[in-house]
Design a protein around this ligand. Sequence first.
Ligand code: NAI
Length: 349
Amino acid sequence: MFDHDGYRGHEGVTWISDAATGLKAVIAVHSSALGPAMGGCRLWHYPSSSAALTDALRLSHGMSLKNAMAGLPLGGGKAVILGPVAPEARTALFEAFGVAVDGLGGRYVTAEDVGVSVADMAAAARRTRHVSGVTAAGGVGGDPSPYTARGVLRGIEAAAARVLGRGDLDGVRVAVQGVGHVGGALCRLLAGQGAQLVVADTDRARLDRICDETGAVPVALDEVLEADVDVVAPCALGGAITAEVAAGIRARVVAGAANNQLAEPAAGTVLRKRGIAYVPDYVINAGGIIAVGAEYLGGGNEASVMADVDAIGPRISDLLARADAEDTAPEILADRRAEEIIVAARAAR
Ligand code: NAI
């Protein structure tokens, strides 16, 4: 494991198994230099335990970068549970997961991620207090997706101002790929500002609902990223933008919620060469972790969380301006800045 490409820089990995519930999980703590390592728990049907490890390492490193760039006093970690899980075993399994998280004594704090619901985290929370995204205690936290959508909106506003010279989003054409929890909420916010939407989703009922609500126009799944619009917002799964897709994008801005949007570094290079501004995913989609972080750490209120989420806008303006000034891709600058923050925190300890 120590030779694994993704292990580099990690503080530790814990393998969990519980015979009684069938739980098999990996908890990766990339860094606790800035604070407790926080990142969601993913439930996925991995082809092997090695594939689960690879995913956990990649995601936990990503959380370190995201939390550092968001200015949070939180390190980065991630848990993955090896599915499938029988529906009747689910509650007991997440309780066992809670016991495992508790055993780490607060070094890792969990929350929802792909395949994991608020109810699952509520089960884990019966066994540990190191869980977030469970209840909106005092109005802060709970379901992270509305906060994520708001942060993405602020990022789109900032990019539209810089790249399109637009002071507002009235009439700005935005293509949203995936109208689920975040993408759907983003569509409502964008429509509220007068943006013209085109949307695609594999879930037809969901798509119809958003179109009815917002006046968005549905387009084919393989057309949405290359639609004739000003902004493309990937809000479905990661890896949507390959170098080939990047070569066909007609928008001048790519700014969406999905994690790991660039399938390969070359995709970022193609975007930059074509003069398309790519807003780094983990900078623009930090609204959710800002909210659940505040829920876990305490001391915040709805207004302070919203202000922290809104700060994503100026952060992105600054990043895009520096990218142009230094003729470097924004995603490379973001990685560099986040690593600097983590290294400085480690040294200060
Ligand atoms: P979700 O599962 O609610 O929504 C995803 C939507 O994408 C679903 O409606 C699904 O049918 C659709 N979809 C899947 N494949 C598609 C395809 N090929 N083309 C078009 N649509 C497709 O997930 P959620 O929570 O909205 O998250 C969306 C993305 O944002 C994910 O990549 C997630 O990792 C990321 N993210 C979410 C956060 C949150 O607060 N929920 C926080 C940070 C990142």
